[in-house]
Design a protein around this ligand. Structure first.
Ligand code: HEM
Length: 389
């Protein structure tokens, strides 16, 4: 039995509080009980940045490899659900294709062109939702391109993705994997297997022949699962922040070298994945809390990213902040995001395309819609008006 005595604040936390605007609560937790027992989700929440880094860096004590991890039940074991040597075996073949230089060569211009086309389509309308009109379709076409699945068609790929995501939700809620989820995964398996020879990504992954075809498909599903909603949310969040802070928007418009800083700063304030989950493999003391073997340990990236120990005036959106890149939006340790460079390319391309083509941007309706969500967070919409010239 774990020692839960240290959590007077955590004991009254509700899921609603964590989903709507959790930041005042996260600040109190970080200051007074940085490892807090939260009965609302039956687990610990870690909110101090240094402790978050420690948990994510120690996979022997805090593992992802647990039967409660629902993604693995839907798509099979993958880099996301394994630790230690097995994790390295699954992850290593995918590392090279996602390195910064490789991503720049293969995706920078292509992604800029796609973002430009998407904005051009909506530009004559004078108003629209930038999440549905730009962030969402851009995230899907980019992943179709990354996985060399453009032949499948964006609508079908999105259908598989949505069925897999829905299955993960069902399994998380205690249900079985629904037939729609199994069918989507089978279809993805067939498409990926048929593409093994022609795809540059899959050819590179197969070089060392360390993974079976089924294992490759499971990891491709992780890329799909990990690369769509996060990038869509992230792009929407950056645009939302620029709309909320007109002075920053003016500055970024005047000096495009600030686009990259705006992207980092928005990721810091509202990371698309607000938490990552681990399970304790043994009893362990962490900042005064006695964590029991098997306990869920939820790492709050959202809280770590506003830790005043590193970030001065942490709630402020500051496009001149010189250490914003030290946010933990992409996690740390062995499971650090594989798509870091791609996600940055995508968000920057979207912002540049919007600034290039949409002028006199105003939230529509005023005020800007709030961010929402417990695990994945994003503004549900980013409605704007602009001048049609
Ligand atoms: C802004 C967009 C993104 C954010 C905020 C994000 C965030 C994250 C986070 C927090 C993790 C760690 C999960 C954990 O520790 O349990 C992760 C892992 C991962 N991400 Fe991303 N991600 C983004 C975009 C992408 C993209 C575009 C791809 C596809 C290329 C991708 C592929 C992955 C993969 C494969 C992993 C698992 C790595 C492993 O377990 O070894 N992500 N991501």
């Amino acid at each position: 039995m774990s020692d839960r005595r240290h959590s007077p604040i955590g004991s009254s936390v509700t899921i609603e509080e964590l989903s709507a605007n959790p930041h005042p609560l996260l600040a109190r937790l970080r200051e007074h009980e940085p490892v807090s027992w939260i009965p609302a989700f039956d687990g610990w929440m870690v909110t101090r940045r240094d402790l978050c880094i420690r948990v994510m860096g120690d996979a022997e004590t805090f593992t992802v490899d647990d039967p409660r991890f629902s993604t693995a039940q839907v798509i099979g074991p993958s880099m996301l659900s394994l630790d230690g040597i097995a994790h390295q075996r699954h992850r290593q073949p995918f590392v090279d294709p996602f390195r910064s230089a490789e991503v720049r060569v293969r995706f920078s211009d292509w992604t800029r062109d796609r973002a430009g086309e998407l904005v051009r389509e909506i530009a004559p309308l004078g108003s629209g939702d930038l999440r549905a009109g730009i962030a969402a379709p851009l995230s899907v076409v980019v992943m179709a391109r990354v996985l060399d699945l453009e032949g499948v068609g964006v609508a079908e790929l999105l259908g598989w993705y949505e069925a897999i995501v829905a299955s993960v939700h069902d399994v998380t809620a205690g249900g079985d994997v629904p037939e729609a989820g199994r069918a989507a995964f089978r279809s993805l398996n067939t498409a990926v297997t048929a593409n093994m020879v022609d795809s540059a990504l899959l050819a590179s992954v197969q070089t060392g022949r360390t993974l079976s075809i089924d294992e490759i498909v499971s990891n491709v599903a992780v890329l799909l699962f990990g690369g769509i909603v996060t990038s869509e949310s992230n792009t929407a969040t950056v645009l939302q922040h620029l709309l909320r802070y007109p002075e920053a928007l003016r500055e970024v418009r005047a000096d495009r070298s600030l686009v990259a800083s705006a992207v980092e700063e928005a990721m810091r304030l509202e990371p698309a994945a607000a938490v990552v989950d681990r399970y304790a493999t043994r009893p362990v003391e962490l900042s005064g809390a006695s964590i029991g073997r098997g306990d869920l340990v939820r790492v709050s990236l959202a809280a770590a990213n506003r830790d005043p120990a590193l970030f001065v005036d942490p709630n402020r959106f500051d496009v001149h902040r010189d250490n914003a890149q030290q946010h933990l939006a992409f996690a740390r340790g062995p499971h650090a995001c594989l798509g870091i460079h791609l996600a940055r390319v995508e968000a920057r391309a979207a912002v540049d395309a919007v600034l290039d083509q949409l002028h006199d941007l105003q939230p529509d309706p005023f005020p800007v819609q709030e961010t929402d969500g417990l695990i994945f967070r994003a503004p549900p919409t980013v409605h704007v008006r602009w001048a049609v010239r």
